[in-house]
Structure formats: structure tokens, C-alpha cells
Design a binder for this molecule. Structure first.
Ligand code: SF4
Length: 570
């Protein structure tokens, strides 16, 4: 496979050989390595020196289910450290079909010209000036680009938010089932990193001669993959996820106080019957929506959906737990239709729905919007994305936004909003926010306390685990592999047959620990300081679990960082 390097400053796009040391890296691990090799850690995240790094999986180009998920990274405008966001949709497979393992977008035009990158059927890349696309929302954009470059093209796009360098802007990818730009590299503001390159879209035409990866032991690889796929498809937890998507835990999270309610007050939510997993499935059935959809070909879990509201109007795709939690109960809103509408506004503008939900919560906290006012929430989301009042302050991220609003309860670590989990109940996740490399990102991983109450060992294990699985495929494959020894054995047979060498959990964890180590190295060089748990979680007890976030974290997080940077990981 190869590297495609694109420079919007010099207006060049050309292939390079993939460095040998990158060959056995994938997704998050490759982003971490390239970030350290190529991005000056002290650079301005939205300045010309930052780069957008797009990396394919360790097993890209194989038949392994969900290995078409890819990672996007760079220096985060929100956290100031390295950021990796894993993204579904078809774009990873489309790039891989052209043999592109790594795509680096760098530079910035001297003027404000806007570009798209077109990868043509024959693989040749072209940067095309498209100033006519300035300010265009993602749905119209994808429609127009498909008209121009082919209905079977796959895309990565930014909306107006990315163009305007909103620090909470995301990047959207086109989805297999719905064809819509509804799959997000959501966290960390990577849309602004792409926007700073003045790159509006990456359009990939169907490869004339698709690349296929060659396993070291092809027959064994095929047999092991088939066995793994069969076991995954028959797994009960997977089947539940196919039906209920990412919503399976909504009710339990509400009962335990994990669900964010009224700007993370961890209190009972009266509207739970209207938004739990069964309510969502019932509503989709009733209104002609769909669930059990896959974001990319070959996925066996199929957690996605096509949302249709009570009026029979299709309003959103790939509605997910995070958007529901932050744009629903967090605002005391119990209407799925409203949540879907806010999610769609975010997808069109290219904004992380988690950040939007958190920001609307701050506006309610400040008394500017009334709690539970659905119309006001939708109108405000529209106003913010279209440059109206509060847009300038919102785009700096919720920490700055909350400070501007003079709100004290701001659920953010390192400038990034909490995902939809209250950390007074899910304390391990809160500890992971503080100990990890990416702020309040729920995919970083946090552990449980040991007999002495220490989170150090378990969190290192969890962070390595998350980074390792993120380097291979969709994180939803992790659960059945960790819970079922037979599935795990099949998975390691797949890796062993592909690489022609024995793979086991230790080797996989090494992939993760290398990645996290490089992320810590980047952050240290970038001067990323200590993370602090917001006082609201420390001072206020959960109204359900009656506990506060009471982990004595400073020493423990310092020990974790020292373990990675000092090379003393076991
Ligand atoms: S499990 Fe869901 S998010 Fe993961 S690849 Fe499949 S459809 Fe996409």
C-alpha cells in the first residue's frame, strides 16, 4: 500500500512509498506515529503546520468485518494534544481499494481558495479548486459531488463549521446503507484541521482495479475469518446490538445515574419510557424507519439506523446513544424527533453533536433557554451553526463558551465535552478522561479500582486495549471478543494467519501501548498540562448513586503518564 500526500498550499497531490516502519501499523497507531513524526507538537492546531492524518486499519483491504473503519487525526484544536477519531462509513474501504494506507493533508493556500481532493477511478489524485462550495451544508454538498463525480463515489466532507474553523467541528463520511454523510469523526475538532487546509471534501471514485491485501497464509486466513464471522453473527450481545443499536444501555444508564440529565445532574429522568431502546425500535417500526443497518459493507453487527419522525419525515441517520444522551435528557428533552433534528443540524453543519448538546445544556444552565424547551433548542442549534448569536463563542468549545456565559457547571476535560456518561457513577471513565491523552473522550478507556483502590494498572490495561482494537476495526467488535474465549481464539487466528506469525493478547496490547506512548510523547512536547475534573462532579453527589467523583487522581494520573513516558509498562 502507499501514502498519498496532499498539499493545498503548493496545490500538489502525489503518491509516495509507504515507509517500511508504517506497514505494520494501522488506524490509531498509525495516526500516533505519523503525528509524532510529522506534526510540530507546539504548532497552532488551526495554523498551517498542523496536518490531517488519515490512516487505514492494520487489516485494511482484507475480508475481516469492520476492518474498513479508519482513523483521522492531527493536533486537536480543542485539547491542544494529539487526537484520533475513528470513523465508519465507506470512505476507508474506498481509499483502501486504491491502495492508500495513509493520506496526509498538509499546507494551506495563501489565499482563501477552497479545494476538493478527487481520487479518480484509476487512482490518480487531483486537487480541484471549488470556491463555489463555500458555506455549503454536507447533505447538499454530497448530493452535488455525487452528481459531478459519480453516484458510487464515497466522501469525507466538512460543513460550514469546519470551513469557519469551529474548534468543535467534525468530519463526516458517507454511509453505506443510507448514502448520507452521517458517520462522524466527531471528537476533538478535526473538522477545523481539515478546514484550515481549505479542503472541503475528499471524493473517492470506485477503484477500477481494487487493491486486495495478501495474507501471509491465505487459506488459513480465509478459514479463520469465516469462523470468526460466524461466531460474531451468532453472539447474543451482537444480535442485541443489531436490533437496539447503541441504545441498549439507555434504561440501565438512567437507572444507575450514568445518563446525563439536566446538564449532568445525575438525577432520575421522567421521560425514560419515551427514549429507551424499545421505544426507539417501536418508533422506527411505527414510522417506517429502519434499524440493523451497516455503515459499511461486511459489518455483521449493523448498529446503525435510518430515522423517520412521527410525521413520516426522514430526519436523521445513524442516531446514536451519545447524541441522544446529550441532546435529549441532558436538556430534559424526551422527544426522539427533537434529538434527531438536532443531530441532523449538526451533521449538515459538520459539528460534533456531543459538543452541541453540551453547549445547549450550558445555555439552559445560564437561563437563556428553558429546560426541556424543544423548539428553543432546535432554533438555537440552527442559529449557532448559521453564524447567529452565540456562534462566535460556541465555536471556541464548551469550556470557553461556559466561561463566557458565566456558568460554573461545565462538563469538560481538556476543553472537550463529556460524552454521555456521568463520571460520578462510571468513575473509571472519568479517571480515563484525566489519565488519557485525549481529554473527555469515551473511547480512551478507564479501568476499575484494585483491592487498594488504585486505578493505575487497570486503566493502563484498558487504554492499551482500546487503542489496540481501534487500530484494527470497529470498537463494537471488542465486546464479543473479550467476552467469549472461542471468539477471541478465532480473532487471534485471523491475525496470526494474516501476519504469518503468532499473535495473542500480549502482542495486541503492545500495539495499543506503543500507540498510547507516542500520544503521550506528542502531548508532552506540545506542553499539554494536567487534566482537572470539573468541580461539579467532585462537589455535588449524584442524585441517584449518592456518590461524587472521589478518586484521588493527581498522583495516579502522573504515575500513568510516567509509566508510558519512562518505558516502564509491563
Ligand atoms: S458496528 Fe456499527 S459503527 Fe461499527 S462498523 Fe458496524 S455499523 Fe459501523
Amino acid at each position: 500500500m502507499k501514502t498519498l500526500r496532499v498539499n493545498t498550499g503548493s496545490r500538489q497531490a502525489a503518491y509516495e512509498n509507504l515507509k517500511p516502519e508504517y506497514r505494520d501499523l494501522g488506524n490509531r497507531g498509525l495516526v500516533a506515529r505519523v503525528g509524532l513524526d510529522e506534526i510540530p507538537p507546539a504548532c497552532d492546531p488551526i495554523g498551517p503546520e498542523n496536518k490531517l492524518v488519515i490512516a487505514q486499519s492494520l487489516l485494511a483491504g482484507t475480508i475481516l468485518a469492520t476492518s474498513g473503519r479508519m482513523s483521522i487525526g492531527g493536533k486537536s484544536p480543542l485539547t491542544g494534544g494529539i487526537k484520533e477519531a475513528n470513523i465508519g462509513g465507506m470512505i476507508g474501504k474506498a481509499l483502501t481499494a486504491h491502495g492508500i494506507k495513509l493520506l496526509i493533508v498538509e499546507g494551506a493556500p495563501a489565499n482563501d481558495d477552497l479545494f476538493i481532493l478527487l481520487v479518480k477511478n484509476d487512482g490518480s489524485p487531483e486537487l480541484i479548486e471549488r470556491n463555489d462550495l463555500v458555506g455549503m451544508g454536507n447533505f447538499t454538498l454530497v448530493h452535488q459531488l455525487r452528481e459531478a463525480y459519480g453516484q458510487d463515489s464515497e466522501m469525507l466532507v466538512i460543513g460550514p463549521a469546519g470551513e469557519k474553523l469551529f474548534r468543535n467541528a467534525c468530519i463526516l463520511a458517507t454511509d453505506y446503507s443510507t448514502k448520507e454523510p452521517c458517520r462522524a469523526a466527531g471528537r476533538g475538532g478535526l473538522g477545523a484541521v481539515m478546514g484550515a487546509r481549505r479542503l472541503k471534501a475528499i471524493v473517492v471514485q470506485k477503484a477500477a482495479k481494487p487493491y486486495r491485501a495478501q495474507p501471509a497464509r491465505p487459506e488459513e486466513y480465509r478459514a479463520a475469518s469465516s469462523a470468526l464471522h460466524k461466531a460474531i453473527a451468532e453472539n447474543g450481545a451482537v444480535q442485541a446490538r443489531t436490533k437496539y443499536g447503541t441504545f441498549g444501555g439507555v434504561r440501565k444508564n438512567a437507572e444507575t445515574g450514568i445518563l446525563p440529565v439536566k446538564n449532568f445532574r445525575s438525577i432520575p429522568f421522567d421521560g425514560i419510557d419515551k427514549i429507551d431502546a424499545q421505544a426507539i425500535v417501536d418508533q422506527l417500526d411505527r414510522n417506517g424507519g429502519k434499524y440493523g443497518l451497516s455503515c459499511q459493507t461486511g459489518c455483521l453487527i449493523k448498529c446503525s439506523n435510518y430515522y423517520v419522525d412521527k410525521g413520516g419525515r426522514h430526519t436523521a441517520s445513524s442516531l446514536n446513544y451519545e447524541a441522544l444522551g446529550l441532546c435529549g435528557p441532558n436538556l430534559l428533552i424526551d422527544s426522539l424527533d427533537t434529538v434527531a433534528e438536532i443531530k441532523q443540524i449538526c451533521d449538515d453543519a459538520g459539528i460534533d453533536a456531543i459538543e452541541m448538546g453540551a453547549a445547549l445544556g450550558l445555555l439552559m444552565e445560564a437561563g437563556i433557554l428553558a429546560w426541556g424547551d424543544e423548539k428553543a433548542a432546535i432554533d438555537m442549534a440552527k442559529q449557532i451553526v448559521s453564524g447567529g448569536e452565540f456562534s462566535n463563542e460556541f465555536q471556541m468549545g464548551i469550556e470557553a463558551f461556559g466561561t463566557f456565559l458565566k456558568v460554573e457547571r461545565i462538563p469538560a476535560v481538556r476543553g472537550q465535552s463529556f460524552a454521555a456518561y456521568d463520571v460520578r457513577v462510571n468513575k473509571g471513565m472519568g479517571f480515563g478522561y484525566l489519565a488519557g491523552t485525549m481529554g473527555a473522550d469515551h473511547t480512551v478507556g478507564g479501568g476499575d479500582p484494585d483491592a487498594e483502590g488504585s486505578y493505575v494498572k487497570s486503566t493502563i490495561f484498558k487504554m492499551n486495549m482500546m487503542a489496540a482494537f481501534d487500530s484494527v476495526f470497529c470498537l463494537f467488535m471488542m465486546q464479543p471478543i473479550l467476552m467469549d474465549k472461542t471468539i477471541a481464539a478465532s480473532f487471534f487466528k485471523v491475525l496470526s494467519a494474516y501476519f504469518g506469525q503468532p499473535w495473542d493478547m500480549q502482542r495486541l496490547l503492545k500495539v495499543g501501548s506503543d500507540s498510547v506512548t507516542q500520544e503521550f510523547q506528542f502531548n508532552q512536547a506540545a506542553g499539554v498540562g494536567k487534566a482537572v475534573m470539573p468541580k461539579m462532579f467532585v462537589d455535588e453527589k449524584s442524585g441517584i448513586s449518592c456518590s461524587a467523583f472521589d478518586i484521588d487522581y493527581e498522583d495516579q494520573t502522573a504515575r500513568i503518564q510516567a509509566a508510558y513516558l519512562g518505558g516502564s509498562l509491563s
